[in-house]
Ligand binder design. Structure first.
Ligand SMILES: [Mn+2]
Length: 355
């Protein structure tokens, strides 16, 4: 396992690479070209510059989160092949620079949904939270306005304002796109890109849908063990893999996360470690990574990663806002640094016990 940190780039992130470098055990950076739009082909000099910044800081660029998928590919419109070709070109360029991991998601319209970006907790920290009863009261445009207004002035990943101004058109585009159709479009995309992944040894890692159920009537296909295995079996190439996000999977408490990890042995290329606290069906908030602070058995989850011999990048997912830090919600330095140390502690202890 390689402990890593998500970083949005010099122009977008409040956290500096030198700060990340000082977190014990931190070896990798997961980044992106945050100013590229979904569907754009990435420019090689920009990839090289990003890699140089990370390498110069004494860290490795272990993967990209995300190379976003254009809606034409998800919907399956006639222009999708041109966007898939752009994606293929980007994979080839990343592979040529030694960047062998691409995280992506296949959620219609939005990357993720929350009802609150700064829910106060009793200790004075604030966290991202989800309450289905609040979501039921607003429409997608209201959702965007609410998130945008609470983002501390940062552009939230997957909620880019230039896409969101077209939110009604986007919803129209997805009319008639059932779960089955979305699944077919994902398989079409994966089959088209697997040859270039083979040639460049690049792993594709699809992120779990967040939350694991339909929001605003949009289909969800990456939300349970059965659905994940179906995608793995439909395109059995090992380069077709998963970003195992514990927080997203945990939105549905019926997901047995250690069991899902074991069932995906060899196909998990990237791990997002996050804990959530559930208070009612469809109501949860993000907690500290420490197991006791939330509802997830982080020990059992880490043990499953050790048991499958997971060697890919793992990163602390969203953290709480603590100690007065102002950052993109979920992506401050302090709580993710704390979380990484807890995760490394679990990992070391479990590894030693089993050796
Ligand atoms: Mn995640």
């Amino acid at each position: 396992m390689k402990m890593s940190f998500r970083w949005f780039g010099e122009s977008f992130d409040t956290v500096k690479l030198w700060q990340i470098r000082q977190i014990p055990g931190m070896v990798g950076i997961i980044s992106t070209l945050y100013d590229t739009k979904p569907g754009d082909e990435w420019a090689l000099p920009a990839i090289q510059e990003l890699k140089k910044q990370v390498t110069d800081a004494g860290l490795q660029l272990l993967g990209i989160e995300s190379v976003n998928i254009h809606d034409a590919i998800k919907v399956g419109t006639p222009d999708r092949d041109a966007y898939i070709q752009n994606y293929i070109n980007t994979i080839r360029k990343l592979g040529s620079e030694g960047i062998k991991l691409i995280c992506y998601n296949f959620m219609p319209v939005f990357d993720w949904t929350r009802s609150d970006l700064a829910k106060p907790r009793p200790d004075g920290s604030t966290v991202l939270a989800y309450d289905q009863t609040k979501i039921d009261l607003i429409d997608p445009e209201g959702m965007f306005k609410q998130l945008d207004g609470g983002s501390n002035g940062f552009v939230l990943p997957g909620w880019e304002p230039e896409r969101m101004v077209h939110i009604r058109e986007l919803f129209d585009l997805y009319k008639g796109v059932t779960e089955e159709k979305l699944f077919e479009n994902l398989v079409y995309f994966l089959k088209a890109i697997m040859p270039v992944c083979d040639d460049n040894d690049v792993n594709m890692a699809i992120h779990i849908d967040d939350p694991c159920w339909s929001v605003f009537g949009l289909p969800r296909i990456i939300s349970s063990k059965e659905k994940l295995l179906r995608v793995m079996e439909a395109v059995p190439n090992p380069h077709n893999g998963v970003t195992l996000c514990t927080g997203s999977l945990s939105s549905d408490p019926s997901n047995d996360i250690p069991d899902i990890i074991r069932s995906l042995k060899g196909r998990i290329h990237f791990a997002h470690m996050r804990n959530t606290k559930h208070t009612a069906p469809g109501v949860f908030e993000e907690s500290a990574h420490y197991a006791v602070d939330g509802s997830l058995d982080m020990y059992a989850i880490m043990e499953a990663f050790v048991d499958i011999g997971f060697e890919g990048p793992m990163r602390p997912d969203h953290g709480r806002a603590i100690w007065g830090e102002i950052s993109m919600p979920g992506y401050g330095l302090y709580d993710r640094a704390l979380g990484s140390q807890y995760l490394l502690g679990l990992y070391d202890a479990i590894k030693r016990q089993k050796s």
